[in-house]
Design a protein around this ligand. Structure first.
Ligand code: SAM
Ligand code: SF4
Ligand code: FES
Length: 349
């Protein structure tokens, strides 16, 4: 490993601050990956402890009005079987998630206009009565809609910026505006949500410098959660022939994020495990502290087909819960029992 990388890792661990060029250098040094992961694991332990937060993921609709070039849910994909759960079914999945011991659920879908403010607010209010923290991940909406969802009980919102490079964003998210995506994130911040965002690693044309800019953006936004995942090419989309995102580069980015945003919640994403068996454990040992096991039931798991090879499509919510609990315990960590809000504290205080 280059001496320079060692210096940068020490600097990041001590000051939680690096320049864009420093970050790009570390991202580009494959030889520093283990040392980076070790430093990130130490910072994770110091700032957020050994608890792993489990968030139950409910994939409630795969209907989407957007046409992102990488995603199987895109509107122009005719090869996907569409579904939309009813409000009662969504509330029932949340109730079952609570029964499995989850303290928090993530409601995720395509950008499905059926879920208007009255429809979604009613769902949120019903789930909120179960004393569950709620994360929404339903794409771009107006500030007023975000305000209404927050008032109805949504605590957190997950909206990846995907890339801070506006040119790349516009190329692969046709019809969408990077400025509006930023507007959404800042609105969510101002409305008092815990804000989750993140990068899709491996979009064609994305450079190390661009990934470094993403990291600095997450610091500027003071993101509460950052989810990083590699692109997994989907043959039913325009990016079907693209090279997959680099697992190891993604892992280095997770570790750098932990060093630079020590208090953030950082998930070990499902896409990492799709690429490498036990990839989530490796990422949990490289700075991450969150996992989002699927609590969607039956065939809907398969139909929520962002990319091929999705894990757990034949498993039940109970299987996933038990599986993750065992895997976390085997690492010498434990499943956190609180609702997993971001820690705002100094180390060891
Ligand atoms: N529609 C909402 C949105 O776009 O924010 C939420 C659901 S969307 C399916 C969640 C995330 O899936 C996106 O932010 C994107 O990064 C990721 N995703 C989509 N297609 C993917 C692919 N082929 N490989 C890896 N991740 C993908
Ligand atoms: Fe729709 Fe989200 Fe997929 Fe884009 S990433 S097509 S907005 S579900
Ligand atoms: Fe689904 Fe392991 S997380 S079976």
């Amino acid at each position: 490993m280059a001496e320079r990388s060692e210096q940068l890792i020490r600097k990041a661990q001590a000051t939680h601050c690096l320049t864009r060029q420093d970050i790009a250098e570390l991202l580009g040094d494959a030889d520093c990956e283990e040392r980076l992961a070790q430093a990130a694991d130490a910072v994770r332990q110091e700032f957020v402890g050994d608890g792993v937060h489990l968030r139950g993921l409910i994939e409630f609709s795969n209907i989407c009005r957007q046409d992102c070039c990488y995603c199987g849910l895109r509107r122009d994909n005719r090869r996907i079987e569409r579904y939309r759960l009813t409000p009662d079914e969504i509330v029932e999945l949340a109730r079952k998630a609570k029964g499995y011991g989850y303290r928090t659920v993530v409601l995720q879908s395509g950008e499905d206009p059926y879920f208007s403010v009255p429809v979604l607010c009613h769902i949120l209010q019903r789930i909120k009565k179960m004393d569950l923290a709620i994360t929404l991940s339903i794409g771009e909406r107006s500030r007023e809609e975000y305000r209404a969802f927050r008032a109805a009980g949504a605590d957190r919102y997950l909206l990846r910026i995907e890339t801070t490079d506006a040119e790349i964003y516009h190329r692969y998210d046709p019809g969408m505006s990077h400025a509006n995506r930023l507007r959404c994130l800042w609105d969510l911040r101002e409305l008092g949500y815990e804000v989750g965002t993140g990068t899709l690693v491996g979009l064609p044309g994305q450079s190390l410098d661009s990934l470094a800019a993403d990291v600095l953006f997450y610091q500027e936004l003071d993101a509460d959660m950052i989810g990083i995942g590699p692109l997994i090419p989907n043959g039913d989309t325009p990016l079907g022939e693209a090279a997959p995102g680099d697992f190891h580069l993604t892992r280095r980015m997770v570790s750098i994020l932990r060093l630079l945003l020590p208090e953030a919640n950082i998930p070990a994403t499902t896409a990492m495990e799709t690429m490498v068996p036990h990839g989530r454990e490796l990422i949990l040992a490289s700075g991450a502290n969150v996992v989002m096991p699927n609590v969607t039931e039956g065939d809907y798991r398969r139909k929520y087909a962002l990319y091929p090879g999705k894990i757990c499509v034949a498993d039940t919510p109970a299987d996933c819960r038990q599986c993750m609990q065992g895997r976390i315990a085997a690492m010498g960590r434990f499943v956190a029992r609180d609702q997993g809000f971001r820690h705002h504290r100094k180390p060891n205080s």
